[in-house]
Ligand binder design. Sequence first.
Ligand SMILES: [Zn+2]
Length: 324
Amino acid sequence: MRIAEQVTFGGSGLDRAAELRGNEDVLRFARGAGTSRCIVLWRGNPLLDGGDAPALARLPMDHPLLAIGDEVPILLGRDEDGLIFGQDISAWRPEGAPVHDAGPGRRHEVELPKHPEQDEGHLFGELRVIMAQLTPRDAELAATAKAVYSWHESHRFCARCGSHSRMVMAGWQRHCDDCGGQHFPRTDPVVIMLITHGNDVLLGRSPGWPAGMYSLLAGFVEPGETIEAAVRREVMEETRVPVGPVSYLASQPWAFPASLMIGCRGEATGREIDIDPVELEQAFWLPREEMAEVFAGEHPAIKAPRRGAIAEFLLRNWLADRLE
Ligand SMILES: [Zn+2]
């Protein structure tokens, strides 16, 4: 798919300056340098600069908010102005704060809190809500920092010996001093598939989704499995629909919390649907003409998919005949 990288979180060509990750002297200097800047996350929500369009706040390295973090800021990359770091300040626990993550298709119902050290106009924003409005660079920085910090949060102990591990390599590794174990940030591959049969596309909804929300089928790739096999297996398990040829379309890093969405197209070789009620509440074939109504906001039962998610990107481009 020629326009694959135009998907939200499709990348901005960020120079990740990986050669500096192990150079503690350079990093120590850069963490105090006037040319370095830092983005901030609180429980996965990035700090925004409060302008008309959502944009990440880039703070100087001596900003008091950065000192709230449990560790030194991690290195995200480098642009024409200098190094860019990320800091997690989830250690800040304001009263009445929202739950950690509102879940698929949902939004926090209360306003995100404001820290007394926040600059005038700066505010925390929910990445799921603003993701499609960020520049590709800001989207890549926010998604990268969120994914890396989610990993640190859930991997504080060595998976080999159970001892406490520590962050090294500017945030891109954890090291266990007891057994020498080295641990790297994980990314979980997920297939998400545009399954077509003639003029129709296969849609489904999981139990508990908000009313009117439908999407493409998706599932984790299992150990020992190819992408193509995962597509066929997931569709068979969830709907009993047999799938023939499978091709790759586009991928999307999805930091909720640590997936890589692998968008594929598959051609069904049969139409009969028999859903697995544990995984799905409903699945059906939707003709292209009706999908056009969905995107126009005119369908009586189905809401337009959320902009920014790869399902929306694949469906929109299928409608426009731009999958090549
Ligand atoms: Zn260990």
